[in-house]
Design a protein around this ligand. Structure first.
Ligand code: CS2
Length: 450
């Protein structure tokens, strides 16, 4: 069967939406995974701004996209749309630095995952490329680009700015501090990893093989802090919200959506439930998620225009979508990098006001039990996390839940000192971990009472 490409576009059946004439690149995106292709790239496609993508770690996306002229399909339910905004995919190379330094590049977006903001000892991390390119722009008299971190981290703009300044020489750093812009953002769309079966199913419908397709839910939200160093597209025309204050949006999304996602992932996968919609279909799990949200609610100061009750109802429906096939194990990945903003921050906020934390503590205990590398049925799996080795070392040989909890809470890269020292936290988590060990995740959830 033929591959999707410019040359085969006109063979697509008529239900497939074709791309507009392909736009010239004005954006460079670092970390061109499925999330970018189903989120920012779609917005830039709507706005007629082309994207040069880059993968810093793996040639897989380049290998999938370049033979198809970087065209790919976005599949949302029954709808298929070919996106033409991406014009090239580069690897970590001088060509990438030059693309970032090019005067046409007005915006740089990033999805390098939570762990992409850890210092990179090789000097070849995202911040290093940005710093090298900004140095060239400064030397060549070109204004800085606006750099937009689109990762699920609070204050993602500040983190990126600090990483880029740290990777720059003092002269360049001064200039970046004066002229650069690193707006904060909140991004939202559920994008499960593409599987071979998805590629086969799409090929059966369209008659062309697309090795770069992505599947996503209909929902898409992007809120950007209104602070740019230079030109930008008419974001509002594509439904992107520009705002002065992003933190309330970030907190609501990270704690309600992502916090529940992580809880569902660990407590569902431990019980042998493979997909988010399967977990949510079990009434006791849905009740537990509601209890978790009741705890989180009190820690939020929602932005004007965000109705939390309506947001929660919509989230429950999004999680229940059976068409997405979103794997609990995909979300369980990199938990050490996700826990602080998703679960630990609301726990700390509640403890400050002396409020109970049973549901949040059960979610943290689920993450802890996951680190043992066995489901409740005894099936072994590999813990996919940058801190996996350290966590395994800490709990090796410990069978008592209170000791296991204590050993993990001692990792200061995950647990802030104040929380780690709070006996209310350690006790609540150890209690839930003990229940998980004796009852298994499913019965613990069934018997959970807030
Ligand atoms: C998920 C997110 O994998 C995960 O950690 O919680 O990717 C989530 O699907 C997105 O943030 C939704 O916007």
């Amino acid at each position: 069967m033929n591959r999707l490409s410019e040359a085969t576009l006109d063979r697509l059946p008529s239900f497939v939406r074709r791309p507009a004439p392909r736009p010239a690149p004005r954006v460079v995106h670092l970390g061109i995974g499925a999330f970018h292709r189903a989120h920012q790239a779609v917005v830039f496609d709507d706005l007629g701004w082309g994207v040069t993508g880059a993968s810093l770690r793996s040639p897989a996306v380049r290998k999938a996209m370049v033979p198809q002229d970087c065209l790919y399909s976005l599949v949302v339910g029954e709808e298929v749309r070919v996106i033409g905004a991406v014009r090239d995919v580069l690897l970590a190379s001088d060509a990438l630095t030059e693309a970032l330094a090019a005067p046409e590049t007005d915006i740089v977006t990033l999805t390098v995952t939570e762990k992409g903001y850890l210092p990179d000892p090789s000097g070849k991390g995202a911040a290093d490329f940005l710093a090298a390119a900004l140095k060239l722009r400064h030397a060549r008299g070109i204004a800085p680009f606006t750099a937009i971190s689109c990762d699920n981290l609070p204050e993602n703009g500040r983190r990126l700015r600090e990483a880029v300044l740290a990777a720059s020489d003092p002269d360049t750093a001064d200039w970046i501090a004066r002229e650069g812009a690193f707006p904060q953002t909140m991004v939202d769309r559920i994008v499960p990893a593409t599987e071979e079966a998805d590629i086969d199913a799409l090929a059966a419908r369209t008659g062309l093989v697309d090795r770069a397709m992505v599947k996503a839910e209909p929902f898409l939200q992007w809120v950007i802090e209104d602070r740019f160093a230079g030109p930008r597209p008419d974001f509002a025309a594509a439904g992107v919200q520009l705002t002065a204050e992003i933190a309330p949006w970030e907190d609501a999304k990270l704690r309600l959506l992502n916090g529940a996602h992580s809880a569902i992932a660990y407590l569902g996968a431990l019980a042998g439930l493979d997909f988010v919609h399967e977990v949510i279909a079990v009434p006791a799990y849905a009740r537990f998620v509601a209890a978790l949200w009741d705890e989180v609610d009190a820690t939020l100061s929602p932005p004007p225009g965000l109705d939390i009750a309506a947001y929660r109802r919509a989230l429950m429906a999004r999680f229940a979508n059976p068409g997405l096939q979103h794997r609990t194990r995909q979300i369980a990945m990199d938990g050490s990098q996700k826990l602080p903003q998703r679960l630990l921050a609301p726990i700390a906020a509640r403890l400050e006001r002396d409020q109970p934390i049973a549901a949040l503590a059960l979610a943290v205990a689920g993450w802890m039990r996951w680190q043992s590398g066995r489901t409740d049925a005894g099936e072994a799996f590999i813990v996919d996390d940058p801190l996996a080795a350290e966590m395994a070392r800490r709990i090796a040989g410990l069978s008592n839940p209170a000791e296991q909890a204590k050993a993990l809470i001692g990792i200061d890269a995950i647990f802030p000192p104040r929380l780690a020292a709070d006996p209310r936290f350690a006790e609540a988590v150890a209690r839930q971990l003990a229940r998980l060990a004796t009852l298994g995740a499913r019965r613990t959830i069934e018997e959970f009472r807030p």
